[in-house]
Design a binder for this molecule. Structure first.
Ligand SMILES: Nc1ncnc2c1ncn2[C@@H]1O[C@H](COP(=O)(O)OP(=O)(O)OP(=O)(O)O)[C@@H](O)[C@H]1O
Ligand SMILES: [Mg+2]
Length: 374
């Protein structure tokens, strides 16, 4: 923040939740705020874990996560009071999920080796979103953690990952999957009618003939994939429900992060609305990277003349122009924040300052975290 500028005042963060899910559009500071919040809780003697998603290298270094790999939980300070940080490892989180829901070890291994499954988890098909939620669920089960902070992926649709459990459940319960399973010759749980079995067996035979004719392995792989998923269906549905409960229950609060410009603040208001529609509890909005308001009262020519008494006139002109520019930026940001507050009456709207390039690493995160509690 430039010297002589003071951080804008704001309300306090509600601190009673156990889980804070940090959401927002790409690049607004979700990972930075997640790490800062975790440090701030730890500084208040609360045993805290933060799950970060794809952190920038500098942040990884600051948190001591560089080279940790495999989704390990690493203590940030190394002094026994945390916070503990984990960089999401999609493959590890999904492998754990598979182990937990698969009926047995060999089914889990078969699923992990299945090409359709591999395509799903290695592709762009929302694997990161599902993994983030799965990893949160695993961390939440560890009751030693009093506070959990969940950073979220830079999804095109910022809330896509929250819909993953619901979508998975709807998919598993849908007619489409029942038909696919029948086509693959897998009998849906609880249905044993001769007709269904015959349909399944006939279709399976046709699929095999088709697979042989086309030389395609895909259909066999898909059938095997569906067979294992079908066996794990009940547990997957139960897990998806449990995750929804975790996110909807009183334990969790969502913090929406945005930048201090009208496009970003409007986007944040839309995200809050979407969270409300999904019955997910919003704890507040954090407007990040707010510039301090210049304290100098004078402006324009008057300021320039005043400055020219102490410095070279050319420099005085540039300083005055810069200060006026900063004042305009600050006024625009203030207007965007005021508009946001009007759109979201009653919701805490916090602000965090734009840090200058020299404030980096753990110190910068501590500073931002402290400001969330001020
Ligand atoms: N208050 C701040 N002051 C200065 N720089 C900041 C501030 N907050 C975040 N940044 C910088 O902005 C960049 C983006 O931040 P960050 O990675 O936390 O965003 P993100 O929302 O997690 O992004 P993504 O959507 O890609 O995951 C980083 O370089 C970070 O250091
Ligand atoms: Mg991020």
């Amino acid at each position: 923040m430039p010297a002589g500028a003071k951080p804008p005042p704001g309300p306090r963060l509600p601190t009673e939740k156990r889980i804070y899910a940090i959401v927002g559009a790409g690049g607004v500071g979700k990972t930075t705020v997640s790490a800062s919040l975790a440090l701030a809780f730890a500084a208040r003697s609360q045993r805290t874990a933060v799950l970060t998603v794809d952190p920038a290298r500098r942040l990884l270094e600051a948190l001591g996560l560089e080279g940790s790999g495999g989704g390990a939980l690493v203590e940030v300070s190394g002094q026994g009071h945390g916070p503990w940080a984990q960089a999401l490892d999609v493959q590890t989180a999904l492998a754990r999920l598979v182990e937990e829901v698969a009926p047995n070890r060999s089914a889990a291994e078969a699923l992990e080796a299945n090409p359709v499954y591999r395509q799903l988890v290695e592709g762009e098909a929302g694997a990161e979103e599902i993994a983030a939620v799965a990893a949160l669920y695993q961390l939440a089960a560890d009751r030693r953690f009093e506070k959990l902070v969940l950073d979220t992926p830079p999804a095109a649709n910022a809330l896509e990952f929250l819909e993953a459990p619901g979508r998975l459940r709807a998919f598993l319960e849908s007619r489409a999957i029942a038909l696919l399973l029948a086509a693959a010759g897998v009998r849906p749980a609880g249905s044993s009618s001769l007709r269904q079995r015959t349909v399944g067996a006939t279709t399976a035979l046709l699929l095999r003939v088709f697979a042989r004719a086309t030389g395609s392995q895909l259909i066999g792989d898909l059938a095997a994939f569906l067979q294992i998923v079908s066996a794990a269906k009940e547990r997957l549905i139960e897990r998806a429900r449990a995750v929804e409960e975790l996110l909807r229950g009183g334990e969790t609060g969502f913090l929406v992060i945005c930048a201090a410009d009208p496009v970003s603040t409007r986007e944040a208001a839309a995200i809050v609305k979407r969270l409300d529609d999904l019955r997910l509890p919003v704890a507040g909005v954090v407007v990040n990277r707010v510039h301090g308001r210049p304290r100098a009262r004078m402006r324009g020519k008057a300021l320039q003349e005043r400055l020219a008494r102490s410095v070279d006139p050319a420099l005085a002109r540039r300083l005055a122009e810069n200060l006026d520019y900063l004042r305009r930026i600050s006024a625009g940001e203030r207007a965007a924040i005021d508009e946001l507050a009007q759109r979201l009456p009653g919701l805490p709207i916090l602000t965090l300052p734009e840090l200058d390039g020299e404030e980096q690493g753990l110190g910068a995160l501590h500073k931002l975290g402290g400001l969330l509690f001020k």
